[in-house]
Ligand binder design. Structure first.
Ligand code: C5P
Length: 227
């Protein structure tokens, strides 16, 4: 399986309230982006890896890659205004020899090798796969501060990354959806209502997305537990 890893890392990270851009925040001596990339690289031998970063941070990202010894394996492209646009920019720059794309948020540093293996297996048979956690809370449909209804949580799953797609299928969806594709909050959403039925594998609670200062503390907590 020739797989390219695509890593969106071009978010603003405003909710972290940090003066350092999110990918460069150091935790346990390593930038967040390095944690994510090194974990991914240990999970699978990717034929290509493309990181999308804020255009003004491309040079700084190249320096980071060199510092972690990843500069030969990972390429950097300018991201877009939305996550979906950043991913699309990177997908279009992936080596033509790769038939599969694994998309993984730079902001999820605790990606586990066994999760990657399970996703690749599932994608091989369906063409598209994501990992997700079943909802454990009761889920309300709320608009302007008022509850409109209660959703059946047995059908609610919270999507994570990595997500894996046959590249040909992903490119077909970009072509079909045009600009609409740039509003999607994950790539699996591009397949909603299409003939490709995305397979779901069990996500992991510790596969957190670093969004707020609390998430950084949680990340540190998980890292401490590892030692
Ligand atoms: O915004 P969200 O929390 O969904 O971001 C998930 C991932 O997408 C993060 O790793 C972030 O850096 C990335 N992103 C991006 N380009 C944007 C916005 C977010 O690559 N314009």
């Amino acid at each position: 399986m020739k797989v390219a890893a695509v890593i969106p890392a071009a978010g603003f990270g405003h909710r972290l309230r940090s003066s350092v851009p999110k990918p460069f925040i150091r935790i346990a001596g390593k930038p967040l982006l390095a944690h994510t990339l090194l974990n991914l690289q240990s999970a699978f031998s990717f034929a290509d890896t493309v990181v999308a970063t804020a255009p003004r941070l491309v040079r700084r990202t190249l320096v980071l890659l060199k510092e972690c010894g990843l500069d030969r394996k990972v390429r950097v492209v300018g991201g877009g205004r939305t996550r979906a646009e950043s991913v699309r920019n990177a997908v279009f720059r992936v080596s033509p020899s790769c038939e599969w794309i694994l998309v993984h948020d730079a902001a999820r540093p605790l990606v586990d090798p066994s999760l990657v293996a399970r996703l690749l297996k599932a994608a091989k048979s369906s063409g598209a796969a994501l990992c997700a956690l079943p909802a454990t809370a009761t889920v309300k449909d709320v608009k302007t501060g008022r509850v409109r209804g209660t959703l059946d949580r047995r059908n609610i799953f919270l999507a994570q990354t990595p997500q894996v797609f046959r590249k040909k299928f992903l490119l077909e969806r970009y072509q079909k959806l045009g600009k609409k594709a740039l509003r999607a909050t994950d790539e699996a959403a591009l397949f909603d209502g299409s003939r490709v039925r995305t397979a779901v594998v069990n996500g992991e609670v510790r596969n957190i997305k670093i969004t707020t200062p609390d998430d950084l503390r949680l990340f540190q907590f998980y890292l401490n537990g590892k030692r």
